[in-house]
Design a binder for this molecule. Structure first.
Ligand code: NDP
Ligand code: 13P
Length: 333
């Protein structure tokens, strides 16, 4: 039994809190950063804003006090959008104890610094760290549908403890010591999912979709390995698994943003219709390119996606540019 604080009451934080609370062996608190959101969930026992349709069990505590949530927990499961990770770890740093474990379930890379979430956390605190990745739409986890995820940490004792805490009949948890690979797999697939959505929005067919996903994986792997990841991690749940899910699943917000771009809608219009829900790939595209430049890695799909998002490039021109690049040997990656 563990005392777990889920920091972030969006769709994913709520689904994980539900999954943990339903095991009936942990004490679980779900922290929302606004009192209004916490009060609404408390009154309705539902997260109508981000994950409607699922009843929150009465023993799942809801709080808008970060200090209280952290003080009463041993495991801190951070599920904010990645651009709030820095703010969150700095806010809780003074309250952290030696026995606290910090698990990041956010999928992103910090703007400007190009830091992964483990690096953002380590810059603020020496707390023991793990990251959760893999193909896991929040709604399906909340519905109790079978899901497999990867939990990565360099500390084997932490890996075993968290694997036991998170595992249930519907959530199968694999461990991995490749934190870099799991973090970059989760962050970079969002960029490729945007591009896969563009391909579908333009109705370019199944051949194009399969090619985009495969060549997307090639560039994700190139950059991740250059950053220290193992190639086999990229072939696992947090790499290929999450890429395939997000590029093909209709529940993906990143893919949905890409589909709408492909259909000709503008980015501000699409983002406004997300109503505060995060599509991490939109911000991560620039950070991924920055990281790639630091490592001298070519990222053609990511570059074209950046041009569509931020430089007014038309989706049709971006696809033409990708198709007419100089010939390449597939065996070099
Ligand atoms: N949705 C999914 O299926 C999955 C999402 N993820 C990842 O989980 C992370 C969170 O995504 P998700 O739960 O979907 O988010 P949602 O789009 O559902 O919700 C947005 C979240 O942003 C939070 N937020 C807004 N402003 C702040 C702030 N100032 N400080 C802290 N939090 C803030 C909201 O908190 P509040 O509720 O308190 O207002 C809410 O939790 C992302 O990195 C995403 O990639 C990973 C796997 C699956
Ligand atoms: O990361 C996810 C599933 O593993 C969710 O993807 P989206 O953020 O695109 O919805």
């Amino acid at each position: 039994m563990s005392r777990i604080a889920v920091l972030g009451a969006g769709a994913w934080g709520t689904a994980l809190a539900l999954s943990l609370a339903r095991q009936q062996r942990h004490t679980v608190t779900l922290w929302a950063h606004t009192p209004a959101h916490a009060e609404a969930m408390e009154q309705t026992r539902e997260n109508a804003k981000f994950l409607p349709g699922f009843q929150l069990p009465s023993d799942l505590a809801i709080s808008s006090s970060l200090d209280a949530a952290v003080d009463q927990a041993d495991v801190l499961l951070a599920v904010t959008p990645s651009d709030y990770m820095d703010q969150t770890i700095h806010a809780i740093a003074p309250a952290l104890r030696e026995n606290h474990l910090f698990v990041s379930a956010s999928k992103g890379i910090q703007d400007r610094t190009f830091r992964r979430m483990s690096e953002v956390v380590a810059a603020a605190s020496p707390i023991r760290f793990a990251t959760l990745g893999g193909p896991s739409f929040a709604r399906e986890v909340a519905a109790g549908l079978p899901t497999a995820v990867t939990l990565a940490t360099r500390d084997q004792d932490v890996a075993r403890a968290l694997q036991s805490d998170f595992s249930s009949e519907s959530l199968r948890v694999y461990t991995n010591d490749d934190v870099v690979g799991v973090e970059l797999g989760g962050a970079l697939k969002n960029v490729i999912a945007l591009a896969a959505g563009v391909v579908d929005g333009l109705q370019l067919g199944s051949n194009a979709s399969a090619a985009l996903i495969t060549r997307g994986m090639a560039e994700i792997t190139r950059l991740s390995v250059a950053c220290g990841a193992r190639p086999e991690t990229m072939a696992g749940l947090a790499g290929y698994g999450d890429l395939v899910l997000t590029c093909t699943g209709s529940l993906s917000r990143n893919r949905t943003v890409g589909v709408e771009l492909g259909r000709g809608r503008t980015l501000p219009d699409i983002l406004a219709s997300l109503n505060g829900k995060v599509a991490e790939g939109v911000r991560c595209t620039g950070a991924a390119l920055g990281l790639a430049r630091q490592h001298g890695i070519e990222m053609p799909i990511t570059s074209e996606m950046y041009a569509i998002l931020h430089e007014g490039r038309s989706p049709v021109d971006a696809i033409r540019a990708l198709m007419t690049r100089p010939g390449r040997d597939e065996s070099v990656g």
